[in-house]
Ligand binder design. Structure first.
Ligand code: ITT
Length: 190
């Protein structure tokens, strides 16, 4: 069955493709000119909005991911505004480091909401994953995407950008969301 991936973010797309590799869903890209305004106030709302819109427009199953970084000392910012925090990954990282300055309280969490809509545009599945960590004072590592170089995970003693892809996959917000999603997704098709 065809499943349209409702994202324009290449980093996310790559990870989503890896999580769904062993399933029998046939992944396709969303129409490139389809821009969706994220008017929701939560990750879950925005994920549902993107999945439903793409399912309605294409008449196919659609999967969407809404994610971001919530920093405790910044009252949860950038949160759902993580993508709009700057014009490039570098910009966004620099802004976050500037706003945190040399504060000692650097606790943060990455959050990922995934929604799947059926071809009629109704939500079929809805999950969320969360990964706690700390914001470093300077970037480390070259892997991953987005805020990965400044997100330190205590248990692995690495940033997301330093981890092997399988390690990030196992412990990340998106990885945990997919651990909830995959068993339910298998049931949808049978
Ligand atoms: P789509 O809405 O088209 O999927 P987007 O980039 O606008 O793409 P979001 O609104 O969900 O997606 O914004 C997510 C932001 O959080 C974006 O700046 C990402 O770089 C960042 N982000 C999400 N997951 C991440 C991860 O695993 N590692 C690093 N940064 C991540």
């Amino acid at each position: 069955t065809i499943l349209i991936v409702a994202t324009g973010n290449p980093g996310k797309l790559k990870e989503i493709q890896e999580y769904l590799e062993e399933t029998n869903w046939e992944l396709q890209l969303k129409p490139q000119d389809l821009e969706i305004e994220e008017t929701g106030t939560t990750f879950a709302e925005n994920a549902r909005l993107k999945a439903v819109t793409v399912a309605q427009v294409t008449g196919q199953w659609a999967i969407a991911d809404d994610s971001g970084l919530a920093v405790d000392a910044l009252n949860g910012r950038p949160g759902i505004h993580s993508a709009r925090y700057g014009s490039s990954d570098g910009d966004r990282i620099q802004r976050l480091l500037r706003e945190l300055g040399d504060r000692d309280d650097r606790q943060a969490q990455f959050i990922c909401a995934i929604a799947i809509a059926n071809p009629q545009g109704a939500i079929a599945l809805d999950v969320q994953g969360c990964c706690p960590g700390e914001i470093l004072k300077a970037p480390r590592g070259n892997g991953g995407f987005g805020y990965d170089p400044i997100f330190w995970v205590e248990q692995q003693q690495q940033t997301f950008a330093e981890m092997a892809p399988e390690t990030k996959k196992a412990c990340s917000h998106r990885g945990l969301a997919f651990q909830h999603l995959l068993p339910k997704l298998a049931q949808l098709q049978s």
